[in-house]
Design a protein around this ligand. Structure first.
Ligand code: HEC
Ligand code: HEC
Ligand code: HEC
Ligand code: HEC
Length: 128
């Protein structure tokens, strides 16, 4: 019973913490290649502002057994996208990022709306 109560408390704490984690200026440093293997400076991504503007399913997906795209709760892209294309997933991790990030920014530029970067150095920002 005691264990059950503390489990409940834990679940409750996690539920409370989630909105904090996803707060507006929550930035993430994305790293596709892993430590020591990067050609370009790592990309700093503001998850908070993006997640406020867009549905989670714009970026997070799973596929059902008929290969229909379904939304997801979020998670790491590298769980499914490998460094190289595989039989299960033809989109390597770098391409997954470039396709998703850039194509949306291009779309917004084409609509004459405020958008994000499309040039290498504006995402892979060199520290001064
Ligand atoms: C514009 C794209 C985009 C949107 C919109 C978005 N996310 Fe994400 N999210 C990402 C990326 C990119 C990562 C980093 C994944 C990685 O590190 O592999 C991420 C990571 C996460 C993680 C893992 C956090 C961690 O620390 O590893 C969770 C959970 C998550 N997102 C939930 C959500 C939820 C819930 C929403 C909607 C309210 C949302 N995301 C909206 C792109 C997005
Ligand atoms: C649960 C597994 C899974 C996760 C997690 C996942 N993907 Fe995917 N993704 C797939 C599969 C499967 C495909 C289809 C691959 C194929 O066609 O061979 C795909 C396709 C894609 C595509 C090409 C089709 C499209 O929707 O434009 C992009 C881009 C992409 N993923 C980006 C991402 C990004 C960025 C993340 C992290 C925010 C992510 N994926 C997380 C499984 C996943
Ligand atoms: C669904 C569309 C969409 C996707 C996917 C997306 N972005 Fe954006 N991004 C935008 C829009 C729109 C803006 C402009 C928002 C604003 O400033 O009002 C933006 C702004 C930015 C900015 C500049 C402002 C800031 O928040 O720092 C950066 C950097 C950026 N995005 C990086 C990324 C990266 C990296 C990814 C992929 C992990 C990504 N974006 C995916 C739509 C998108
Ligand atoms: C919209 C943002 C965006 C733009 C524009 C962009 N990238 Fe990326 N790129 C990413 C993200 C996100 C990753 C995964 C995070 C990481 O590893 O830095 C990535 C990963 C990479 C990687 C693998 C990791 C590494 O550093 O070795 C290379 C190489 C790369 N990009 C090169 C380029 C080049 C070259 C251009 C211009 C033609 C470019 N990128 C433009 C977002 C972007």
């Amino acid at each position: 019973m005691k264990l059950f109560v503390s489990l409940l408390a834990l679940v409750f704490m996690v539920a409370l913490a989630a909105p904090m984690v996803m707060g507006q200026d929550e930035t993430m440093t994305l790293n596709a290649a892993g430590e020591g293997n990067n050609e370009r400076p790592l990309v700093v991504f503001n998850h908070g502002t993006h997640a406020e503007t867009f549905d989670c399913a714009n970026c997070h997906h799973e596929y059902d057994d008929k290969f229909n795209k379904t939304g997801s709760e979020g998670g790491n892209c590298a769980d499914c996208h490998e460094p190289q294309a595989t039989a299960e997933n033809s989109i390597p991790i770098n391409l997954a990022y470039h396709l998703q990030c850039k194509s949306c920014h291009v779309r917004f530029i084409e609509m004459d709306k405020k958008s994000g970067p499309v040039m290498c150095g504006d995402c892979h920002v060199r520290k001064k």
